[in-house]
Design a protein around this ligand. Structure first.
Ligand code: ATR
Length: 277
């Protein structure tokens, strides 16, 4: 039920119809009997700044920001959290009387999902494949935990850009990725390879050590070819959907005043329309 006092939030993206965030936040709103609503907000890049000021003026508590606005959102914030600064992107906006607060919960969501799966992110060095926005957020969060982070990317240019933003990372040539598996405790695919309709990630796990944890941020399908190959070798795996659920928690908590729980029911609800393989 939505009254005249309802708290409002939403997700700004272009397009936004694929976003699972409205289903997730509205499930939590119903579960905790909160007078509120969370809306999909399709906004073009040209309209982004106007839209943020508009929803703030209309009393929204805040919003999530998704592709392609995460970098543009940095510039609009009056208060930038360290996570956003280090990630070079904002995925969560909170409006208060003193301004627009921007944070990035992708990296902390990734870490929270590892912990929820019984994995200590700081157990050993991490090898990240990919050097886009997701890699930067995850690398920043791992570095913050004191983890040594190595990054390999298919093309050199993007890796060099990432290394300029996060000089603590150890850049690795793409053709060294197989040899490097032996020296790492955690492998993270941050590329879009393995997504439904895209080619699988070109990675041979033959020489992966038995303790290696394999994480994928791709969650369509739930079991990517990488995760399936890792599980077949007896390696521990962590899928991408959990990160999506965990990155949503701080925003919901800030806008609606309740820290929502992630359990099997929420996972199953969001997983219901995602192909398993
Ligand atoms: P962003 O995360 O910034 O939105 P993206 O276009 O989705 O960017 O690409 C993310 C990462 O996936 C990039 O590092 C990209 O590698 P390149 O810089 O070489 O383009 C990587 N990527 C996409 N498809 C890939 C594939 N089939 N194999 C390896 N890396 C791939």
């Amino acid at each position: 039920m939505i009254s005249g006092n309802a708290r409002l939030a939403g997700v700004l993206g272009w397009p936004v119809s694929h976003s699972r965030s409205p289903a997730l936040h509205n499930f939590w709103l119903a579960r905790y009997r909160i007078d509120g609503a969370y809306l999909p907000l399709p906004v073009t890049p040209a309209d982004f700044v106007t839209a943020v000021h508009g929803i703030r003026a209309a009393g929204f508590r805040g919003a999530n920001v998704t592709i392609p606005h995460k970098e543009a959102a940095l510039a609009i914030c009056t208060h930038l959290h360290e996570t956003a600064h280090r990630a070079g992107a904002v995925n969560t906006l909170t409006f208060t009387q003193d301004g627009i607060h921007g944070t990035n919960t992708d990296g902390t969501g990734f870490l929270a999902n590892l912990r929820a799966n019984g994995i200590n992110p700081a157990a050993g060095p991490a090898l990240l494949l990919g050097a886009g926005g997701a890699a930067r957020a995850i690398a920043a969060a791992l570095l913050h935990q004191g983890v040594r982070v190595t990054v390999a990317n298919r093309t050199q240019e993007r890796l060099a850009t990432l290394a300029t933003s996060l000089p603590e990372i150890g850049p690795l040539a793409w053709n060294q990725r197989h040899a490097a598996l032996a020296d790492h405790a955690l492998l993270v695919n941050t590329t879009s390879a393995g997504m439904k309709g895209a080619p699988a990630l070109d990675l041979d796990l033959t020489h992966a050590p038995p303790e290696l944890v394999v994480a994928d941020i791709v969650y369509v399908p739930l079991a990517t070819p990488l995760l399936t190959a890792a599980a077949a070798r007896g390696l521990r795996t962590v899928g991408g959907l959990g990160m999506l659920l965990h990155q949503a928690v701080p925003g919901f908590s800030a806008w609606f005043g309740v820290t929502p729980q992630i359990d099997q029911e929420v996972f199953d609800l969001i997983a219901a329309d995602i192909p398993a393989t």
